[in-house]
Design a protein around this ligand. Sequence first.
Ligand code: SIN
Length: 188
Amino acid sequence: MSANTIEHNRQRFSFEGIDAIWLFGYGSLIYKVDFPFLEKRPASIKGWVRRFWQASHDHRGTPEAPGRVVTLIEQPGAVCRGMAYRVSPTVFEHLDVREKNGYLRFSTRMTFEDGSHAEGLVYIATEDNEAFLGEMPEQDIARQIASASGPSGPNSEYLLRLAESLRVLGDECPHTFSIEAHLTSAKG
Ligand code: SIN
């Protein structure tokens, strides 16, 4: 599948008759909210873990020196915390462009802090997209992140802001925190 998912996403889901829909964010969508929303609530989804296994050629790296950003990988029993936004479907015109480097919209069931649930959408970059990099030792991921930068800024900023947001949300994400520790210790 092509890494540019704009057309795939447009054809994937009909918003006809829908005024508002929940979107679950687990990466930059937690802290970079460059879209209007009707409501915002911490939430979690089950069966997925966050991994820095997706290349960024357009935001936090370049085609020559890609950065690494997060996607979700299936893991039974896992819980991934993030931020849910209730948005108008028109917001996806912007978000499909922002998330075009390999991310597809999938339906998901999210759980809010009070235990209630909602169905919504989540962007996931699956293993069959061209920008999928896959597993690598966390220390090496930290090195790649330390050296990458793109139109949206340094890759390290993506990592550090995400780690900070996860602490606020109370998400124990050992993978993110370990890469953060490698990055900050390498900086001295
Ligand atoms: C997300 O934040 O939910 C998707 C991945 C990203 O944009 O960092």
